[in-house]
Design a protein around this ligand. Structure first.
Ligand code: AOF
Ligand code: ZN
Length: 357
């Protein structure tokens, strides 16, 4: 199962909005086949694993990180393939919450007399597909709020200098995350101040769809995210009160403009998440700024936080911090993180946690 998990990870960034799945065929104590779901719309992991075997898979055990499917989708049901190939035993990492599958895959193979065990490295298998597990049920993207700060909690100096607080290794890790997730979202202030590219600059990487939250359409028309759209698509989200001429201009530049109702004078982030989900965007990396971060937490759209903490002290009463906005008045209203973990990336500390709802 660990090998199947490692195989599944190779699909990171390419399978969205479908899951990452790996499978291994074992016979007489030897691995005789292995495969993973490589790209969206391409064969499922089980199909690739069975097809890679150079000998008959009859009587073998198949280890798969996610319950085999039971539906006729872009490909025929994998459960039928396993039955037809006379696989003797199937070891499943975790249940598939997809309503089209949801236990029916396991039931189908069990009813055909195949031995089935479920729940091997279950937590790891669920974590691997945390995006899929949310999106398939809610049809709203899994949102990761990422921020990089000094040990004293600053994301820039008093003069606004922020490049770079975190180290090279952390920045590389963020580029991998940009590749793995479908969208990247920032507030318009970040675009005005930094003119970022918001692309994934790692080896073999795919660019996320760029989403700029810009209630009044203040985005400068010369911004890189508007002028360089050949490598990555850009969406601008505004409110109904935004100037319709400006909407027209942006559309003429090839930008997709999403208009939401107004929520406290700003873009309604919950409505925006629903619209992005309906467009097939299963995950969003929220990269600030501080005002948007607070709104996102307040609106309850954040699923996970990832904070890089650099071994630097910046200081300054007016130096920016990661989450600003109005803030909460009482500690009992503070946003609570769960399942916290901490690790090191180069010289930086990386802390992750979940905002369970
Ligand atoms: C995958 N790859 O290896 C497995 C999947 O869109 P379809 O027809 O390819 O079906 C996608 C569903 O199949 C997906 O939501 C999940 O429930 C199930 N299993 N999907 O893309 C795989 N095993
Ligand atoms: Zn399948």
């Amino acid at each position: 199962m660990q090998l199947a998990l490692n195989l599944a990870k190779k699909g990171k960034g390419w399978t969205s909005p479908n899951p990452l799945v790996g499978a291994v065929v074992v016979k007489d104590g030897r691995v005789i086949g292995q495969g993973y779901h490589e790209t969206y719309g391409q064969p499922h992991a089980e199909v690739n694993a069975v097809a890679s075997a150079k000998e008959d898979v009859a009587g073998a055990t198949l280890y798969v990180t996610l319950e085999p499917c039971s539906h006729l989708g872009r490909t025929p049901p994998c459960s039928d393939l396993l039955i037809e190939k006379k696989i003797q035993r199937v070891v499943v990492g975790t249940f598939d919450p997809n309503p089209l599958v949801a236990g029916k895959g396991i039931e189908r193979i069990r009813n055909a007399g195949v031995e089935v065990d479920v729940g091997v490295l279950e937590k790891e298998c669920q974590l691997l597909n945390e995006v899929f597990m949310k999106y398939i049920i809610t049809k709203e993207p899994f949102v990761v709020m990422k921020t990089a700060m000094s040990l004293d909690g600053k994301i820039a100096t008093v003069t606004g200098e922020s490049q770079w607080i975190s180290g090279e290794a952390s920045r590389q890790q963020v580029h991998n995350l940009r590749h793995e997730l479908s969208g990247i979202m920032v507030g318009v202030e970040t675009v005005i101040r930094d003119d970022p590219k918001l692309t994934a600059r790692g080896p073999n990487s795919k660019n996320p769809i760029r989403i700029v939250v810009d209630s009044q359409l203040r985005i400068p028309l010369a911004s890189t995210v508007l002028t360089q759209q050949d490598t990555a698509k850009t969406i601008v989200a505004a409110t109904e009160r935004a100037d319709s001429e400006r909407v027209k201009t942006l559309k003429q530049m090839g930008v997709e403009v999403i208009v939401t109702k107004e929520k406290s004078g700003r873009v309604d982030l919950r409505e925006l998440m629903k619209t992005l989900g309906a467009m097939g965007i299963d995950s969003v990396l929220l990269e600030g700024g501080a005002a948007l971060n607070f709104s996102a937490l307040e609106e309850g759209i954040v699923d996970k936080m990832q904070v890089y903490i650099a071994p630097k002290i910046i200081g300054g009463k007016h130096a920016k911090t990661a989450v600003e906005g109005a803030g909460v008045a009482d500690l009992k209203e503070a946003f609570q993180l769960n399942r916290m973990t901490a690790g090191m990336v180069g010289e930086d500390l990386v802390v992750e946690g979940y905002l369970d709802k």
